[in-house]
Ligand binder design. Structure first.
Ligand SMILES: [Zn+2]
Length: 620
């Protein structure tokens, strides 16, 4: 290792060498409490140790030293240790013992040629890369590289950087034209190789990522019952029209394609991913921002196939959507990408973690028909759908994925450019970027006032950009020049700022009815309630005994309140056959009442319950 390798760059997970906006180094931005600061603290003090203890207990960390005959966990279990390592690097606490121990395990297990993985290639195991379709070897190595990048940028675990570089060198020497010309069934290596290139300047990592992106879509993987689309191996990335197949795979691949496009100046590839993302948001995304509506193959459904009660919306897909949207935001400067990041953060990421940081959703349904159950805190769950939050899953990809996102969350909230600084998400933040030293304080999302106090400013003209969310139709900015209305989109304030001045953004949090495109047949005749960035839901724990959520009818002629809607409960007609002629049917007695609502991210935190986001309306 040269000295240059050990000097941390202080960047976060994504540091493009070019683009419209620049990430703010993690050393220059800090969460100072509030909604996200509290969640990051729980992540730091509870979730990281929780993950480590389960990985030890289930033998996943032990795989790196144990006999290959006794290997435990699924074929991708190594990746969970790598994601945890990445989270430990980003975290506000330094975790030297965990980082030292886990890194030493990896270093000892790494083969002489740089290969690292516990599921293949050892005595009694299948050959390396003998199952590219489901072996996940390059997927795992990708997460190792991202952990190595985190180690390099934070100056923690220098040995982990070395392990990651050796593994990357192995990948470059093994895959490519005239060598192994396959791709991994699960994308991830692409974005990881680009980030390692950004950190090290090693061009062949970028070239390798570029080759993997271009190779995808040529049907090099064997035909499978889920189809080539499941692996995004059906159509080349630059020719596809929409995200399809396994949602997490599709989103990771798209993130890697954006990275390659940015670093190689490939405008066509960047435009292709933007087009696919736009169409996916328009036709294949849940109100919560969740993606993926098929349980069988964890995949996107066809356009408008978004059943609330079968929403898969894997937590990892939420994490991946944030990763992708952030990359596109940096590349293009289009603040609309901040809208989807906000939606996913408040309605997928915040929902997926229990208050104590030790329970998690894998899938994020929008309609829980049967009551959730309490699950033991000491037993891993084998099924992933619906509630309740569980301490661990046989497939626990989502848990350390959440941990690494929350540990580095600051890097997704604010950016800078030559002219100044851009606030994309509203949280209690101390940030020094773009020539401005700012303290942002807010009660968001429960309160809509965001106060940006200038602590210090360079003595020249600077621009502060605030994202006004798409839902905020009556927002105002109040500053030393007065009060004025602002429209959704970027709002810029350019001047010589002075220390002590405050800029106040007022976002009205009036509850609003939301209806779905009628082509989302599954929720026709229903409405949802949103308050600011929060999707709301009704839970049976708030109902009178005997009342059933699925019998609820809401009255949309009465404006929704922030915490309730007006409605009544229809008398169910449990006929022997649930289909009847139209125009008849029993009448119903309407007894209006207020039905409580809670933010969707709060659901299933008060004991067994049913839940629905989409609320049936008055029959026509
Ligand atoms: Zn997952």
């Amino acid at each position: 290792m040269s000295e240059a390798d050990t000097v941390p760059s202080r960047g976060g997970p994504v540091v493009p060498s070019r683009g419209a906006l620049r990430p703010v180094p993690l050393s220059s931005v800090r969460l100072a409490g509030g909604f996200w600061g509290e969640r990051q603290a729980v992540n730091s003090t509870a979730t990281l140790a929780h993950c480590r203890s389960w990985m030890d207990r289930l033998g996943w960390t032990g795989n790196f030293t144990a006999s290959p005959f006794g290997r435990r966990g699924r074929e991708f279990a190594d990746s969970e240790i790598y994601k945890l390592l990445e989270a430990l690097c980003w975290d506000t606490d330094e975790h030297p013992a965990d980082l030292g121990f886990l890194t030493s395990l990896l270093a000892r297990s790494q083969a002489g040629d740089g290969y690292l993985g516990t599921a293949y290639g050892r005595e009694g195991q299948d050959e390396r890369y003998s199952d590219l379709t489901f072996g996940h070897e390059l997927y795992c190595i990708g997460h190792l590289l991202q952990a190595g990048v985190a180690a390099a940028r934070t100056g923690r675990a220098p040995r982990l950087v070395e392990v990651a570089r050796r593994a990357a060198d192995h990948v470059v020497e093994t895959f490519g034209p005239g060598r192994n010309e396959g791709v991994c069934g699960h994308p991830e290596i692409e974005t990881a190789l680009v980030e390692l290139y950004r950190e090290t300047g090693e061009r062949r990592y970028l070239d390798q990522a570029s080759w993997f992106v271009d190779r995808r879509g040529q049907r090099s993987l064997p035909e499978h019952e889920f189809g080539w689309a499941y692996f995004q191996d059906d159509v080349p990335v630059r020719h596809a029209e929409v995200f399809r197949g396994h949602a997490v795979r599709a989103l990771y691949l798209a993130a890697g394609a954006v990275d390659v496009a940015v670093e190689t100046g490939d405008a066509d590839l960047l435009a292709a991913v933007r087009r696919q993302f736009d169409r996916t948001l328009a036709r294949r995304t849940y109100l919560t921002g969740g993606m993926g509506s098929r349980h069988l193959d964890e995949s996107f459904g066809d356009d408008f196939v978004l059943p609330a009660d079968r929403a898969y919306a894997e937590t990892c897909a939420g994490v991946a959507t944030v990763m992708l949207a952030h990359r596109l935001l940096l590349a293009t400067g289009d603040t609309r990408y901040g809208d989807i990041v906000e939606r996913v953060l408040y309605n997928v990421v915040a929902a997926a973690v229990a208050d104590d940081g030790r329970g998690f959703f894998y899938a994020n349904t929008l309609h829980q028909r049967t009551r959730t159950e309490n699950v033991p805190a000491d037993r891993e769950q084998l099924r992933f759908g619906g509630g309740p939050r569980a301490p661990w899953f046989e497939v626990s990809c989502c848990l350390p994925n959440l941990a690494r996102l929350l540990a580095s969350l600051e890097s997704y909230l604010v950016t800078s450019d030559d002219g100044g600084v851009q606030l994309h998400q509203y949280a209690d933040l101390d940030v020094c970027a773009g020539g401005l030293d700012l303290a942002v304080r807010t009660g968001y999302p429960d309160h809509g006032v965001v106060v940006v106090r200038v602590e210090a400013a360079e003595d020249r003209e600077r621009t502060l950009t605030l994202r006004v969310p798409a839902w905020a139709s009556d927002a105002r900015v109040v500053d030393r020049t007065g009060s004025r209305p602002v429209r959704p989109g970027p709002v810029t304030i350019t001047r010589r700022f002075t220390a002590g001045e405050e800029i106040c953004l007022e976002l009205p949090l009036r509850p609003r009815w939301t209806a779905a495109d009628p082509r989302v047949d599954a929720v026709r005749g229903c409405v949802a309630v949103e308050v600011g960035p929060l999707v709301m839901c009704a839970e049976s724990v708030d109902l009178d005994p005997g009342a059933q959520l699925d019998d609820l009818r809401v009255d949309t002629t009465v404006a929704p309140q922030a915490d309730a809607v007006k409605g009544w409960f229809a008398a169910p007609d449990d006929a022997a056959w649930p289909y009847q002629g139209i125009g008849g049917g029993p009448g119903e007695t309407r007894t209006p009442r207020l039905v409580p609502l809670v933010p969707y991210h709060r659901w299933a935190r008060r004991g067994p319950t049913t839940m629905r986001v989409w609320l049936p309306t008055t029959p026509a």
